[in-house]
Design a protein around this ligand. Structure first.
Ligand code: ATP
Ligand code: MG
Length: 337
C-alpha cells in the first residue's frame, strides 16, 4: 500500500463529508449524525427526471444557487489560503474552479463541504448555512477529494458499500444503490476485484461511484482526472455527464487541465491567492482577453490557458510550476498499492 492509501480507516475519514459530521477541524474522529432530518434522501444515483433531488428539496429551495460563498476567508496559521472568496454556483451547472497550485481551491472546497469550519464569511449550499446546518449541507453533497479516498484492500463493491452506509442509505436499498453507482461508472464487471488491481482511471471512477451512491444534488470533484491518460480522462467526464444528464445534479470541479474546463464547464472562476480574479463562460473569458489584447478581431482567440496565465501572472511560474508540472506530480494509478 502506498503512503497515500487509507486502508483500514473508516471511509468517513476518506473524503466523506457525512462521515466527519461532528468534526470542525481536520483530524477529528468521525461521528455520524443520524438526526431527525436523516431521511432516506434521493432514491438512486441515476434516477432520471426533474425531481431527482427529491420533491422536498426541490420545493424548499427552488431557484436557490447550489453554492454561495460570501467573504469566505481561511488561514492556516500565518498562511492565508482563502482571502474573501465570492462565489456563486448555479443549480444544475458544471462550474470549474481553476487556479495555480496554492490558490486556495481545495481549502475553499473543504469549507463548502463542511470539512473545515468557516471562520470568516458565509457559505451556503442550496440555501443551507455550512456552519449552522452542517448535516443538511452534507446530505446534499457527494465529494471526490484530491487525495485518494478508496481503500486498496477492499473490492470496488465493498468500497462503495462503505460509503453507502456512511451516507445513511437505508439497509433495504443499499445493495441496489451500490450496484447502480458501480454501473453508472462502468465498474460492474470489476466490482468484486480488489481496488488495488484497478488502473488509475478505474480508481477515479470508483471514487466517483462512492460519491454518487448517495445521489447527491451537488457533486464536488477536486482534480478528478489528475494523472490520467487522455482516454481515462474522457471516460471520467463521460460518466459525470451521463449521471448529470440523468439526475440534473450540479457539479463543482477543480482542474488544472484547461482543455477540460473549456470543454466541460458551463462557467469557470479563476482563483489566485485566495480570491476569484475572473469569472465567466470559457468563451467569455477567452473573448475578453482577446479584446484586451486587440487580437479578437483577427479571429485569433486566446486559449483558456492564456487567460489563466494572464491572470495568475508571473506568480504562476515562480511559485507554482506550470500545468505540465502539475500533471506529472501525481499519478492516480500509483496511489493504489
Ligand atoms: N493543512 C494545511 N496546513 C497548512 N497550510 C496549508 C494546509 N493546506 C493548505 N495549506 C496552504 O494553503 C494554501 C492554499 O492551499 P490549497 O491546497 O487550498 O490550494 P489549491 O489551490 O488546492 O492548490 P493545488 O492546485 O496544488 O491543489 C497554500 O499556501 C497551502 O500551502
Ligand atoms: Mg488542491
Amino acid at each position: 500500500m502506498t503512503q497515500n492509501t487509507t486502508g483500514g480507516q473508516d471511509p468517513a475519514r476518506r473524503g466523506s463529508p457525512a462521515g466527519e459530521a461532528t468534526g470542525t477541524a481536520e483530524g477529528q474522529a468521525p461521528a455520524i449524525d443520524r438526526g431527525t432530518d436523516a431521511a432516506d434522501g434521493p432514491a438512486v444515483p441515476t434516477r432520471p427526471g426533474p425531481d431527482a433531488a427529491g420533491p422536498r428539496a426541490a420545493a424548499a429551495d427552488a431557484g436557490t444557487d447550489a453554492v454561495t460563498c460570501a467573504g469566505l476567508a481561511y488561514a492556516f496559521g500565518e498562511t492565508t489560503a482563502v482571502d474573501g472568496l465570492e462565489l456563486s454556483v448555479r443549480d444544475g451547472e458544471v462550474f470549474g474552479l481553476l487556479g495555480p497550485n496554492g490558490a486556495g481551491k481545495t481549502t475553499a472546497i473543504r469549507c463548502i463541504t463542511t470539512l473545515l469550519p468557516v471562520p470568516a464569511g458565509m457559505v451556503r449550499v442550496f440555501g443551507h448555512d455550512a456552519t449552522r446546518e452542517r448535516m443538511a449541507v452534507r446530505r446534499l453533497l457527494g465529494y471526490v477529494p484530491q487525495q485518494l479516498s478508496a481503500d486498496s484492500g477492499l473490492t470496488g463493491r465493498e468500497n462503495v458499500a462503505l460509503f453507502a452506509r456512511v451516507f445513511d442509505v437505508s439497509r433495504r436499498e443499499r445493495a441496489a444503490r451500490v450496484g447502480q453507482a458501480l454501473a453508472a461508472v462502468d465498474l460492474t464487471d470489476a466490482a468484486d476485484r480488489l481496488a488495488k488491481t484497478y488502473s488509475g482511471g478505474m480508481v477515479r471512477r470508483l471514487e466517483l461511484a462512492q460519491a454518487l451512491v448517495s445521489a447527491p444534488r451537488l457533486l464536488i470533484l477536486d482534480e478528478p482526472t489528475i494523472g490520467l491518460d487522455p482516454i481515462a480522462r474522457t471516460s471520467v467526464w463521460e460518466h459525470i455527464n451521463a449521471v448529470r444528464a440523468a439526475t440534473g445534479m450540479t457539479v463543482l470541479v477543480t482542474t488544472h487541465y484547461m482543455d477540460e474546463a473549456d470543454q466541460y464547464c458551463d462557467r469557470v472562476a479563476l482563483m489566485h491567492r485566495g480570491r476569484v480574479r475572473a469569472l465567466g463562460t470559457p468563451d467569455e473569458l477567452r473573448t475578453g482577453l482577446g479584446e484586451r489584447r486587440g487580437t479578437a478581431k483577427n479571429g485569433e482567440l486566446p486559449t483558456l490557458e492564456d487567460v489563466f496565465r494572464d491572470i495568475a501572472g508571473s506568480g504562476l511560474d515562480d511559485q507554482s510550476g506550470d500545468f505540465s508540472d502539475v500533471r506529472s506530480t501525481r499519478r492516480t494509478a500509483s496511489r493504489v498499492g
